[in-house]
Design a binder for this molecule. Structure first.
Ligand code: NAD
Ligand code: ZN
Length: 744
């Protein structure tokens, strides 16, 4: 579909105004349910809707940044309600391009939020959005917030009552006059809105969507989920109307919209569960209910009836009765993060299952044992752009594994070699060492992985042989087994697996060479990981992120309550901050010369930031002043030798430890006065964070799947196709990039 953007200030502004006025009048007469209703008055002025974009099928009325993501209000002509409809949409930062017209159209998992009586599309955003959207950013999911009824058209029938008509559509398709023309909120939420989100923004495709809501919206969420369990991944609710055929609100709505209470049984969560045969497909239904809720006392909500029906149907319901909370959005704002996480976790799992299904459909039997021709980006010489070439990748020999590379993240070490700073760099070669791969075939004697397995190539191998004193020692991860040949750009048998179109050999790099669609690895370099984490995320554990975490956890063993200073806030430095926060550090000082890095550092747990380019004294003196005696642990994540010195010299007198992570340019040396060590400081370094690769990388991946180690924030750029690797390198050179991931 072609979209043309143009400005249409006047008419859109008018449209917003008219619907707002209606809404304000409405709210005015009912401000018990929504305690701080006056905040509605603010929404026109606070949103940046001076400028709006008119698309073929919808109009973006406003867009506001919230946390790292963006909250949009979007209107469109609805065929279900035969009126214009407006909905809110929060999109996490990674996917904002899906709405703003970027090229990339990832499928974005989404949570639908259905609001309660008297609300419109803005209540949730204004009153719970602060917490909900930041949680959604963390989970990498969108939140869509439809209106509760048709609105804004004089032909819509309404009554002078808060619980019927406008603001009270009850998520049904009305069959009775005068409502039957416009009140089709069921079709709107279950068909029209999903279709629009999928086709225009690639949001919630393949039913990658969950649903939640409050009160009347909680009723909507649970009934919609139970009626179409294949269309939703998970369901939750706040203070839902659980058994509307047995309460005054439902009685009134069903009679008016459907002609009888009996007809409402098809839209009653308790009845639906009672009549359900077989499993609903939901592992749990999460409900939060305040026990000081006035409508609970009035028997409008009846959660006990739902719980009883669920028990009989064998459906798990987690009903959290919350002491002292009422029916308001204050209650929702208190617990919304739990619900967003509940859905985020299940959406991620579903997405992984979908990916696993897709990856298990690879059939490698036709290539096994034969050379493969594929695309690769070849580094022909230092300081030259990579060239796209068709290369031949030979089958794996004994102890080797040939893999299909699915995603490769750019790391500075690749660029360092390409820029000619590595005196031992060999050309022509295939760079790349931070990747996620699927095993295509294995050579003789390989037992630890098989075709179809997901692996991360590890430039620090782990032979794990009883005779390897390094692998047997808990003190190091530096396995020397293939070190010699790896450094010479060849496989352990002394030959290469790559040839160009003229049959000339191409060198390997760091034992990985993942800037090719296929590569060959030593078996001892393959960490086999769960298939549940998409490889475009898993690849991050191949180098920088693992290194930062491991420097904290393994090399320095940072304890709870420690103070930490991190120099350099690229992916490695941010991973140090994340690891230090997880380890319980109480003070985390983040240092950089680029102030654009500070926001992410603070988001991940930095307690103070220092722009060392703005100081009138050495940064170490500044940090000692801030802390009196220095910090317990310091980390260099810059590769700059004077920063390494500064990091050591602001380590705590008597016991401070400083860890070198950055890789310095060739020929550079570190120095300090020996007295710095005499007075109790320790200088250390780390390679791959001290992780024993094949043992530990799978555990990091599992933490990420479990949601305890999020990594999405590291992926700032994505590209499709190995041929876009040069563009990814350009992105990495820009100051805003943490990791650019290229999917093959
Ligand atoms: P990056 O370039 O993304 O980040 C470096 C950061 O340091 C930038 O934010 C930059 O602004 C900042 N910086 C530069 N000079 C500074 C100064 N004088 N003071 C304070 N901050 C300064 O790099 P990255 O991917 O995060 O990698 C960091 C380093 O770690 C690199 O040297 C990389 O080669 C190295 N590395 C080492 C290992 C290992 O196993 N030891 C593994 C991966 C990466
Ligand atoms: Zn690296």
């Amino acid at each position: 579909m072609k979209k043309k953007a143009r400005c249409e200030d006047g008419c859109v502004a008018q449209q917003i105004q008219s619907s707002t006025i209606l809404f304000i009048i409405f709210i005015g007469q009912y401000n018990i349910l929504v305690p701080y209703s006056s905040s509605h008055l603010g929404h026109c002025s606070s949103s940046s809707n001076l400028h709006s974009i008119n698309m073929a099928n919808y109009t973006i009325l406003s867009h506001n940044r919230v946390g790292a993501g963006t909250y949009f209000r979007i209107s469109h002509q609805s065929s279900s309600t035969k009126t214009p409809m407006t909905f809110g949409l929060f999109v996490p930062s990674r996917f904002v391009g899906n709405v703003e017209g970027g090229e990339k159209k990832d499928n974005v998992p989404v949570m639908y939020w259905l609001s309660g009586l008297t609300c419109d599309d803005t209540n949730f955003a204004q009153k719970a959005g602060g917490k909900a959207f930041i949680a959604a950013e963390k989970e990498g999911i969108a939140i869509v917030m439809p209106d509760t009824s048709p609105r804004g058209d004089p032909s819509i029938p309404n009554v002078d009552s808060y619980d019927l008509g406008i603001g009270a559509g009850f998520y049904v398709n009305a069959t009775q006059e005068p409502y039957s023309t416009h009140y089709h909120m069921y079709s709107y939420v279950t068909e029209e809105l999903p279709a629009l989100l999928e086709s225009e923004f690639s949001i919630g495709k393949d039913c990658l969507r969950s649903i939640s809501g409050h009160s009347m919206g909680g009723h909507g969420a649970i009934t919609i989920a139970l009626k179409n369990s294949s269309s939703w991944v998970s369901v939750s609710a706040f203070s839902p109307i659980c058994n509307p055929t047995a309460c005054p609100w439902g009685d009134k709505a069903f009679k008016a919209y459907l002609g009888s209470v009996e007809a409402g049984r098809a839209h009653d969560a308790t009845c639906l569960l009672a009549e359900k045969t077989g499993s609903t497909g939901y592992d749990d239904i999460l409900i939060d209910q305040g026990n000081s809720d006035e409508f609970l006392a009035q028997k409008q909500l009846l959660p006990e009836n739902l719980v009883e029906a669920a028990k009989k149907a064998g459906q798990k319901v987690t009903l959290n009765m919350r002491d002292g909370f009422d029916h308001s959005y204050y209650f929702i704002a208190t617990f919304i993060e739990n619900h967003v996480a509940f859905h985020g976790q299940r959406l991620r799992k579903r997405q992984s299952e979908m990916l696993m299904l897709a990856s298990s459909s690879y059939d490698f039997s036709s290539t096994t044992g034969k050379p493969i021709q594929c695309n690769a980006m070849v580094a022909r010489g230092p300081k030259q752009p990579l060239t796209l070439e068709t290369i031949t990748v030979d089958p794996p020999k004994a102890g080797e594994v040939r893999v299909k590379v699915m995603a490769n993240a750019l790391c500075h070490t690749d660029v360092y070699t390409l820029d000619g700073h590595d005196p031992e760099g060999l050309f022509p070669c295939i760079l790349g060492h931070e990747a996620g791969c699927i095993v295509e075939s294995v050579g003789d004697g390989v037992l630890s992985v098989k075709p179809g397995d997901h692996v991360i190539p590890c430039y620090t191998p782990q032979c794990a042989l009883p005779s390897c004193i390094f692998c047997q020692s808990p003190k190091t991860n530096l396995c020397p087994q293939i070190r010699g040949t790896q450094g010479q750009g060849i496989m352990p048998d002394g030959t290469v697996r790559f040839h160009d179109k003229d049959g000339k050999p191409i060198y390997h790099f760091m034992g990985c060479s993942t800037m090719a669609e296929y590569t060959v690895l030593a078996e001892i370099s393959c960490a086999k990981i769960s298939k549940e984490l998409p490889l475009e995320k898993a690849c991050l554990f191949g180098c920088g992120v693992s290194t930062g975490l491991g420097a904290v956890w393994n090399t320095c063993k940072v304890e709870t309550g420690s103070s930490v200073a991190v120099f350099g806030l690229g992916a490695v430095g941010l991973a140090v901050i994340q690891g230090a926060k997880m380890a319980g550090a109480s003070q985390i000082i983040a240092v950089d010369i680029n102030p654009e890095k500070f926001a992410s550092a603070v988001e991940l747990g930095a307690t103070e930031v220092v722009d060392s380019s703005k100081l009138d004294k050495p940064v170490q003196a500044h940090i000692v002043e801030m802390t009196k005696w220095g910090v317990d642990y310091t980390f260099d994540c810059t590769g700059n030798v004077s920063v390494m010195r500064a990091a050591l010299e602001c380590a705590h007198r008597g016991w401070g430890t400083s860890c070198v992570i950055g890789v310095a340019a060739s020929g550079h040396e570190i120095s300090t006065r020996p007295f710095q060590l005499v007075t109790g400081r320790t200088w250390k370094g780390t390679a791959f964070g001290g992780f024993k690769s094949r043992r530990d990388v799978p555990q990091l991946v599992q933490k990420c799947i479990d949601g305890t180690l999020p990594v999405d924030h590291f992926i700032t750029h994505t590209f499709d196709g190995v041929q876009h690797t040069n563009a990814a390198i350009d992105a990495l050179h820009g100051g805003k990039c943490l990791r650019a991931v290229v999917r093959y």
